[in-house]
Write a protein of this length. Structure first.
Length: 185
């Protein structure tokens, strides 16, 4: 049995037992708030999302101009109802770190990228992300959502409040000096 199948089976067992813990985090107010009555599904990561259609939520991490393999991923996470984006990323084994000032509201690092000692080259020179407050306006992780049919849209909420549904795609994209401007997948 593969690790993915073991994780999927374990997650299903925990969900059936009612033991999956929902993520709770503070966030800044969003343009739209999720419905309090929206059902939360159990979520489990499955095979590489690039292999074909994803019946759940397709999760993509693209380090953009940084070209850091440690951050790259594309995986399908099985969900059967609206699910917090933070939970979907957890199931996809995507580790996000906020900043000291905004620990859950912002994404500063994804799977360790950019590392604290990494020189981010931009139009003004080089920059090292310290994850203290707001990331630099010229170098940051952006969050995108794509409906089953349609185009990518910049998320109007953060990971703490954003809900994603089966058939949607969720992407974390690192942008330096405005490039890439949006996801390409």
């Amino acid at each position: 049995m593969t690790l993915t199948k073991i994780r999927t089976a374990a997650a299903s067992s925990l969900a059936a037992a009612g033991l999956l813990i929902s993520l709770a985090a503070c966030s800044t107010p969003a343009t739209t708030q999720p419905s309090a009555s929206a059902p939360v599904s159990s979520a489990a990561a499955s095979s590489d999302a690039s292999a074909g259609p994803c019946a759940g939520v397709k999760v993509i991490v693209d380090s953009g101009a940084l070209k850091q393999d440690a951050a790259e991923t594309s995986v399908c996470v099985a969900v059967d109802a609206k699910t917090p984006a933070s939970k979907v990323l957890e199931e996809a084994e995507v580790k996000t770190v906020g900043t000291t000032q905004y620990p859950t509201e912002l994404v500063c690092r994804v799977n360790g990228v950019p590392a604290a000692d990494f020189d981010i080259v931009h139009k003004g020179g080089t920059y090292k992300e310290e994850c203290a407050g707001m990331p630099a306006a010229f170098a940051y992780w952006s969050l995108w959502v794509k409906p089953a049919t349609g185009d990518w849209a910049y998320a109007q909420e953060g990971l703490a409040t954003l809900q994603v549904s089966p058939g949607e795609s969720l992407e974390l994209l690192y942008t330096v000096d405005g490039a890439p401007a949006k996801p390409t997948a």
